[in-house]
Write a protein that binds this ligand. Structure first.
Ligand code: PNS
Length: 158
């Protein structure tokens, strides 16, 4: 079975993430979305909340599963029996760090990284930017699923 991991913080999931997850699901038998548990960085949403949102918005993909992980991504890949990572590239500015991580991950455990160009519709979107715009009441409806927009509005503008 060909399995791939789509890793990230997903705080929260955006349409850019969903585009990559959906396209990956058509290329692999199974896609595991890996949500990083980062003890040293407090997110806006808890990992459980991020996972709940991800599960809901990926429910229509029968071959996508959402799990959390701590520690090294390559250890998570090994535990999931996946040898491929899928990463979206929004712009050249993403490339430097992504290349470093890809080379480290192949060196650490032979885990390959495949880069997928982001749909240009979403190339300027990041979770951080979405949170900032939502905080000040800006319209983010084109950039995140409705469920996420509602959760952001409750969390940021109660
Ligand atoms: O959505 P993000 O925050 O850009 O995702 C970053 C992520 C989770 C892919 C990266 O931080 C990561 O792989 N963290 C796990 C720890 C690890 O394996 N570090 C070494 C990477 S070479």
């Amino acid at each position: 079975m060909r399995r791939a991991v789509c890793p990230g913080s997903f705080d929260p999931v955006t349409n850019g993430h969903l585009d990559i997850i959906g396209r990956a699901s058509r290329l692999f038998d199974e896609v595991i979305v890996g949500v990083l548990v980062n003890q040293s960085k407090q997110g806006l949403f808890t990992v459980e909340e991020r996972i709940a949102m991800l599960r809901e918005v990926t429910a229509s993909y029968a071959n996508v599963r959402v799990e959390s992980f701590q520690g090294l991504l390559v250890d998570f890949c090994r535990a999931q029996r996946a040898s491929v990572l899928i990463k979206g590239l929004r712009a050249v500015s993403d490339f430097d760090y992504e290349l470093q991580m890809a080379q480290m991950n192949i060196g650490l455990a032979g885990v390959e990284t495949l880069f997928m160009p982001t749909n240009p519709l979403y190339s300027f979107i990041s979770s951080s930017l979405i949170k900032d715009v939502a905080k000040w009441g800006g319209d983010i409806s084109a950039h995140v699923p409705d469920l996420v927009r509602a959760q952001l509005s409750t969390r940021l503008r109660p």
